[in-house]
Ligand binder design. Structure first.
Ligand code: XUL
Ligand code: CO
Length: 440
């Protein structure tokens, strides 16, 4: 077995006082917390595209990191990336990975050649999965990078492109099933528009729904038992993406009768691009029975684009894990680090520092979220805040017994309701969370 990262040892839990940068301070995979091991709670995944493929290119400059892993011929590079991926999974005790079809094997001249490359790499990966006891959290098709998708994939103005996207997704579903994937993601990177002047929005949305229906049914017909996810994002690369946020995706799914087929893959940086908090998107998914999986990262609030940084903001990871716990935890989903080390963090060691930072931040988030729930004061406060709906006029509103006339009579009789109101206690609650997080 090649060793692509000779300077990095196997990373183990050494506790908060450890001075070893290649150790976990807070992530202790087998530690039981709130009834499950941390490993089971967090279900971390490596994102193949950032970790094995992303070289740090941006609009102004070429790559800074070498991700060829010593290979030269395209399929040799592909095999080396796979070997490097499984070394990373092993060294970090991560059980899952996620990929796009084009991450694991580069496109050939024709679709048949591209598919043949997938047929070559998939058994290679399958073998590594068996040997290392690793699993596929989800697969997906990259229907956004190639120039053929300049006008969209399912929402393209050309039926030829729609057909090509369908063919690509068909194959991506097949390889996901072959590798035992627990999920399949649709992220509509180009499913949107640049200007409505040239866009038939109605047809595009109808076609997007048609493609999803075809794909979902095909996947089930070949034995896919996992979750299908839509990953909302408001913009970038398009000016407007149809899967804007969780609420718009839910409305879209309901309009086309697809709501039973999909859960959400919520990404932190996509939430903030939509002017929502990460917690908001998770809450919206949860209360609609659509919580599925998470792309764990964070954006930079001073920048207006998807920076895909490794999550290190513990306040955010805590609020995220609070939502995950309230949703009953992950079933098929997990925490996929859809994140990349900064362009200036270009060494192989930086990959590990980045993952360790993200994993420890989520381990802390989990610990704090469990503490907040066990403490009970936050939940009690919210429960009490709405307790008026338990009896009297509140109970009549909930049961549907109260009519508009009843409500008017009630209000007239009261004269005013200002004296019923109580403080929302926002600052008290924010401090409560701080006290619980930073308890010394
Ligand atoms: C892009 C993004 C994608 C999806 C999968 O912003 O998040 O990598 O996660 O296609
Ligand atoms: Co993502």
């Amino acid at each position: 077995m090649k060793d692509f990262f000779p300077s990095v040892p196997v990373v183990r839990y050494e506790g908060p006082k450890s001075g070893n940068p290649f150790s976990f301070r807070y992530y202790n995979p087998e530690e039981n917390i709130g009834g499950k091991s941390m490993r089971e709670h967090l279900r971390f995944a490596v994102s193949y595209w950032h970790t094995l493929c992303g070289e740090g290119t941006d609009m102004f400059g070429s790559g800074t990191a070498d991700k060829s892993f010593g290979g030269t011929a395209p399929m040799e590079v592909a095999r080396n990336k796979a070997l490097a991926c499984f070394e990373i999974l092993d060294k970090l005790s991560i059980d899952y990975f996620c990929f796009h079809d084009r991450d694991i094997a580069p496109e050939g001249e024709t679709l048949s050649e591209t598919n043949a490359r997938l047929d070559e790499i998939v058994p290679f990966i399958q073998d590594l999965m068996k040997k290392g006891n690793k699993k596929l959290l989800w697969g997906t098709a990259n229907c956004f990078s190639n120039p053929r998708y300049m006008h969209g994939a399912g929402t393209a103005c050309n039926p030829e492109v729609f057909a090509f996207a369908a063919a690509q997704i068909k194959k991506a579903l097949e390889i996901t099933v072959k590798l035992g994937g627990e999920g399949y993601v649709f992220w509509g990177g180009r499913e949107g528009y640049e200007t409505l002047l040239n866009t038939d929005m109605e047809l595009e949305l109808d076609n997007l729904a048609r493609l999803l229906r075809l794909a979902v049914d095909y996947g089930r017909s070949i034995g896919f038992k996992g979750f299908y996810y839509i990953e909302p994002k408001p913009k970038e690369p398009t000016k407007h993406q149809y899967d804007f946020d969780v609420a718009s995706v839910l409305a879209f799914l309901r309009r086309y009768g697809l709501e039973k087929d999909f859960k959400m893959n919520v990404e932190a940086n996509h939430a903030t691009l939509a002017q929502h908090s990460f917690q908001h998107e998770l809450r919206m998914a949860r209360i609609n029975g659509a919580f599925g999986s998470i792309d764990a990262n964070q954006g930079d609030m001073l920048l207006g684009w998807d920076t895909d940084q490794f999550p290190t903001n513990v306040y955010e990871t805590t609020l995220c894990m609070l939502e995950v716990l309230k949703a009953g935890g992950f079933t098929h989903g997990g925490l996929n680090f859809d994140a990349k080390a900064r362009r200036g963090s270009f060494t192989h060691e930086d990959i590990f520092h980045a993952y360790i930072a993200g994993m420890d931040a989520f381990a802390l988030g989990l610990r704090f979220a469990v503490r907040i729930i066990e403490d009970g004061r936050l939940d009690e406060f919210v429960e009490k805040r709405y307790s008026g709906y338990k009896n009297g006029i509140g109970a009549d509103i909930i049961s549907g017994k109260a009519t508009m006339a009843d409500l008017e009579a009630y209000a007239l009789n009261k004269g005013d309701v200002l004296d019923c109101l109580e403080s929302g206690r926002q600052e008290y609650l924010e401090n409560l969370i701080n006290n619980l997080m930073f308890e010394l």
